[in-house]
Design a protein around this ligand. Structure first.
Ligand code: NAD
Ligand code: UGA
Length: 368
């Protein structure tokens, strides 16, 4: 069929011993960057995404256009669809699954808790079932989150620190994912690596994230809400630039050992790993706003909101020693530099001024 032809073509690795990777959430922010970088390196890549409308579907379609131009085919479907996953694993022998599909966002979990259970728990289990059935079984690298550290107050966060105080349902589903990964590794010998991303930002980013909609609000002359923690303390995030995250994902994929399965042969233990991928230098929300003002050359209207109980943690700060040693991870982009690149993209994509409020594609200058 035409579908099968597209899938086979997209999965073809151009370099010798190239990886063949199924990227879930490929039309998402991180998924687009990872898929493009894999393809560029000569690996085989197939995307999977359900194109849900959590945020601007036009943006997801634009990313898809970008991917398809580079020869990455994105299958439209849900990770909960076991028949679809079986068909994919039947047609292609994947060496790796890069699992980025999820319901992201911390505060939205109070509005739509079911979507977190659907994608981050049921969907993850369904994907692991498909990986377990596949022969040979692919190694899995997936996106956990800095949010698993929850209300832990020992900074910087190390992988061995406690993760038993999630502040949001989102965080709880990512933590659950880490526990679920343990069982599939233990019982079925799946090789699984969890990456705890710290507030990732950059071009083609997510419109639901603060840096993105602050940019939009500042350009429109609308106020930005700056949340504060208890005792009027500024919130801080270890904002991490997308290119650094992509390199961390490569480090994880390239050091992943094959899954060992449950077959009769004597095999070594499959990997079960978890790493922080952060920037190691937290920045407060007011500083984030100040940097955006500088790059946009527009003054922001600030509206300080005291102590919202909305799932946010007061601060995040990564210790990335483990990822440095084992994955060769080395974040190099500071927030100033990274936001400059984001703002440049934003102004190209939305054409600068106030047109960014519209989701109609006619207002976009940058076409895939
Ligand atoms: P994103 O929302 O841009 O990408 C996720 C993609 O997955 C979307 O395109 C969405 O349509 C798709 N998707 C969602 N549910 C699906 C389902 N059930 N079936 C198929 N596709 C589905 O988010 P992102 O920022 O690219 O995040 C990627 C991953 O990294 C997510 O797992 C997220 O939780 C995690 N993460 C992101 C950040 C960050 O700051 N961006 C930080 C920590 C962790
Ligand atoms: C981000 C992603 O959205 C999550 O998907 C991800 O899992 C998480 O990072 C992570 O690192 O694990 P968050 O840090 O909340 O979550 O990112 P933003 O939504 O961009 O918020 C950044 C900061 O701005 C937070 O401190 C938040 O409280 C603050 N904020 C947000 C405001 O002050 N005002 C707003 O209107 C919105």
């Amino acid at each position: 069929s035409v579908w099968e032809k597209h899938v086979r073509h997209s999965a073809h690795a151009k370099r010798e011993n190239g990886l063949v990777v199924l990227v879930t959430g490929a039309a998402g922010f991180v998924g687009t960057h990872v898929s493009l970088a894999l393809k560029k390196r000569g690996d085989g890549v197939i995307g999977l995404d359900n194109f849900n409308s959590y945020y601007d579907p036009f943006l997801k379609r634009a990313r898809q256009g970008l991917l398809e131009k580079q020869g990455v085919f994105v299958v439209e479907g849900d990770i909960n669809n076991i028949a679809l996953l079986r068909k994919l694993f039947d047609v292609i022998t994947f060496t790796h699954v890069m699992h980025l599909a999820a319901q992201a966002g911390v505060r939205y979990a109070m509005e739509n808790p079911g979507s977190y259970v659907h994608s981050n728990i049921a969907g993850f289990v369904n994907l692991l079932e498909a990986c377990k059935e596949a022969s040979p079984q692919p190694a899995i690298v997936w996106a956990s989150s800095s949010s698993v550290y929850g209300l832990n107050s020992k900074v910087p966060f190390s992988e061995i620190d406690r993760t038993d105080q999630p502040a949001s349902l989102y965080a709880a589903t990512k933590k659950a994912g880490e526990e679920i990964a343990h069982t599939y590794n233990h019982i079925y010998g799946l090789s699984i690596t969890g990456l705890r991303f710290f507030t990732v930002y950059g071009p083609w980013g997510r419109p639901d994230m603060a840096y993105f909609f602050f940019t939009k609000a500042i350009l429109q002359g609308k106020p930005v809400n700056i949340y504060q923690g208890p005792n009027q303390v500024d919130l801080a995030r270890d904002f991490t630039y997308i290119d650094d995250i992509v390199k961390g994902c490569f480090g994880a994929l390239d050091t992943a050992t094959p899954s060992t399965g449950t077959g009769g042969k004597k095999r070594g233990p499959a990997q079960l790993r978890v790493y922080n991928l952060g920037n190691t230098s937290p920045v407060t929300v007011p500083t984030l706003v100040a940097i955006l003002e500088k790059h946009l050359k527009v003054k922001a209207k600030r509206n300080v909101v005291r102590m919202p109980r909305n799932g946010d943690v007061p601060f995040t700060h990564a210790n990335v020693t483990l990822a440095r040693v084992e994955l060769g991870y080395n974040p190099t982009t500071d927030l100033q530099t990274g936001l400059k690149k984001f703002v440049k993209w934003y102004q190209l994509y939305y054409g600068g001024g106030s047109s960014s409020s519209s989701s109609s594609s006619s207002k976009r200058r940058l076409r895939p």
